[in-house]
Design a protein around this ligand. Structure first.
Ligand code: 1DF
Ligand code: MN
Length: 348
């Protein structure tokens, strides 16, 4: 214990908390070492986290695989009352279709057991294999019945994006079952990564945000929310910079659509920013920074901005202290830490 006493004016719910079965990390290491996968982003990420003996990856591997004593102890020490667990990036999306289906279902069963062991501390998002959209839709249904509170998708799948309508059975199931989709980062796909990788900027420092922001934007501009108006997404890292882009996105989307510049850029029922405000929730994972939190609260909504720690990748106790000390009313802090998460994940 650190001995820090955290206020109990609200329940702190952390909403982007990663875990991984040891077997899946072993598969990542085998896949990397086989040299068969032509995915420089995966090699960069799991070539490092999977086998480096530096203190950070050693600690991350151990904490990812633990769903009991160490994790609960870390949560207690940081004042975190409750964690929404999600399979770490890239989840099953790096595997072939059949392996992805099997590991998704096995990992969901495994995390469900952890939730059952600690129902007052955990809820979970279900992993799916976008490689098989119809099977993914069935898995969403199975997991919803088991008490899962949403779906984790670790951005692109072998360079393909959910803006492609072949993936939309996933959205149909998510909307029908009222399961929010957490669109979590992945390293950029091969077609995008090189100028970042050569200077070491492909990971969580920058590449994650660029790739996932692009993915969210592709989903919006493809008209997904005109097809599925009740569908809700969650994106981390303070909205992967999209809130800051809203003015320009609205102006330029309109300008390009009106002048018919691109066949692929079609008219939408609403402005790009409207979808961010009506179909997207934002978490502060990795961005425990008051000005950014308050910008999102103001521009996206106080009822759409929530807390995430990004355990174990960013386990920093001082961040909780800093967010506790934000110069906003207690009622708004409670929304940030507790109420928004309780609503979107149906936790209360
Ligand atoms: C890192 C960061 C890795 C995040 C993650 O999953 C992750 C990292 C592999 O620091 O390399 O989820 N993150 O969300 O910021
Ligand atoms: Mn994360």
């Amino acid at each position: 214990m650190t001995g820090i006493t955290f206020s109990d004016k609200y329940r702190r719910i952390a909403t982007e908390e990663a875990w991984a079965p040891q077997e899946m990390m072993d598969m990542y290491r085998d896949l990397y070492e086989s040299g068969k996968l032509d995915d420089p982003g995966f090699s960069s990420l799991w070539g490092f986290y999977g086998s480096s003996n530096e203190p950070r990856p050693v600690t991350v591997r151990r904490k990812l695989a633990d769903l009991d004593d160490e994790r609960l102890h870390d949560m207690d020490a940081a004042g975190i009352d409750f964690a929404v667990l999600a399979l770490t990036s890239p989840g099953v999306q790096v595997f072939d279709r059949d392996t992805a289906i099997r590991v998704a279902s096995d990992s969901n069963d495994m995390v469900k057991e952890a939730v059952d062991r600690h129902p007052d501390r955990y809820a979970a998002l279900c992993a799916v294999a976008p490689q098989a959209p119809e099977v993914a839709a069935q898995e969403i249904q199975r997991c919803q019945a088991l008490g899962f509170r949403g779906i984790i998708i670790n951005s692109h799948t072998h360079g393909e994006y959910l803006s492609d309508s072949k993936f939309w059975p996933i959205f149909e199931a998510a909307e029908a079952l009222d399961m929010p989709v957490y669109l979590h980062p992945n390293t950029p796909p091969k077609a995008m990564i090189e100028p970042m990788l050569e200077v070491g900027l492909d990971g969580a420092i920058f590449g994650f945000g660029v790739e996932t922001g692009l993915h969210m934007l592709r989903i919006i501009t493809a008209g997904v929310f005109d097809h599925f108006p009740k569908l809700q997404f969650i994106i981390g890292h303070m909205g992967e910079a999209l809130p800051y882009w809203m003015y320009r996105l609205d102006f330029m989307h309109n300008a390009q659509v009106t002048s018919k510049r691109y066949e692929a850029l079609k008219p939408l029922k609403k402005k790009v920013s409207d979808y961010l405000k009506e179909n997207v929730y934002i978490t502060c994972s990795g961005m425990a920074w008051e000005p950014a939190v308050r910008f999102c609260q103001q521009q996206i909504g106080i009822d759409r901005t929530m807390y995430a720690m990004d355990y174990p990748y960013q386990y920093v106790l001082q961040e909780v202290i800093d967010l506790d000390n934000m110069a906003i009313p207690d009622a708004e802090k409670k929304m940030f830490y507790q109420d928004v998460a309780e609503k979107v994940f149906k936790l209360s």
